[in-house]
Design a protein around this ligand. Sequence first.
Ligand code: NAD
Length: 246
Amino acid sequence: MDNNKKTRLVVLSGAGISAESGIQTFRGGDGLWDNVPFEEICSPIGWAKSPKRVTEFYNARRAQLAEVKPNEAHLILASMQDDYDVRIITQNVDNLHERAGSKHVLHIHGELTKVRPLDCYTSKDGFSTEYVQDIGYRPVEIGEVGGPNLKQLRPHVVFFGEEVPNLSKAARLVQQADILLIIGTSMQVYPAAGLCNYAQDGCDIYMIDPSETPASAVLGVNHIKNVATEGMKEFRDMLNKMTHTI
Ligand code: NAD
């Protein structure tokens, strides 16, 4: 079926969708960040203090990504493309949605498998991706440079406190949603957390998360209080039933 005729399902995913693949979340329980002050690692100040520490941290995340696989939640979402016009907006820097087969994935916090020279992809060059490089899962070394001015390569991720260049694209997608699914995000990291406010009247909003989050308190959000894999099965079955009773 032509994508224009399908119901548009916009998904806002966060670290929780990848938790069952073995990638730790930021917060809660055994969160990756409970022992690491993230302002020190994922921030321009952290980089200024020690580019080596930041580089090694992301090298480790990238190496781990090579070892994990998409889980049932990523796979169900990809399979829903047969019946829905699925658009994924992810806060995740992993590539598990793509590896599951999802075709439309917008990364708002960057991608682990990419790097860029320090002076590129800034407001000065209009966030041009010309010098963004795909490096797969390999580590980056201090002293490794690129771009026209041969500057140190840094992770192609949005550090805390940095601008989120894909935010307006993401807001437009949320505005066009017939159904909005928020999955595995604590909705605590702004500005991404504000995206659900762009949903139009009449858009059905669902959330899959085993915990209460700021969004789950909002009237009208259907909260499936379960982990991503089980929650996605419930969500898919719920939508199927609705389609068949219309
Ligand atoms: P977060 O860590 O703040 O919140 C994770 C949410 O997932 C929580 O609400 C938690 O209850 C829920 N959760 C935990 N286990 C779950 C499961 N099995 N199924 C479903 N939900 C589960 O994550 P966030 O809101 O995405 O925070 C944003 C930041 O985290 C982003 O900037 C993102 O780049 C970064 N991050 C990404 C990854 C990744 O790429 N996989 C991993 C860690 C952090």
